[in-house]
Design a binder for this molecule. Sequence first.
Ligand SMILES: [Zn+2]
Ligand SMILES: [Zn+2]
Length: 134
Amino acid sequence: MNPAEVLQRHHLKRTSCREGILDVIMRSDKAMSENEIREKLAGNYDRTTFYRSFKTLEESRILHRIVVDHLNVRYAIDPAVNSNPLHAHFYCEACNEVKCMEMIPVAVPVLPKGYTANETEVIIKGVCHHCQDK
Ligand SMILES: [Zn+2]
Ligand SMILES: [Zn+2]
């Protein structure tokens, strides 16, 4: 799927900024921070345009947010665009990268009555295979 098709599937208008953001994320094999995405974006968009496009993609669940800690928030293309929506993430403490682990599904927890979940996160912290070899 290309960025235009992803937008179309989510009934979103095609804009160059939205397509640009998707293009950057879909080319990356790791989750990226908002700044990293912004830096790699080809076109020159003002802060507001970028921010709005970004929010739209997140709210439409095309992008998913991974919160490692409050200083460390990454985004990746939502695998729901592909297959398994809820999966674990791996955070490498050596190189600071976050990767989607689509092969590790996360079970939806059954909550006691009166509780509603907005997000379920499983973050595995450790050392990735690149850093292991060093
Ligand atoms: Zn690493
Ligand atoms: Zn992910």
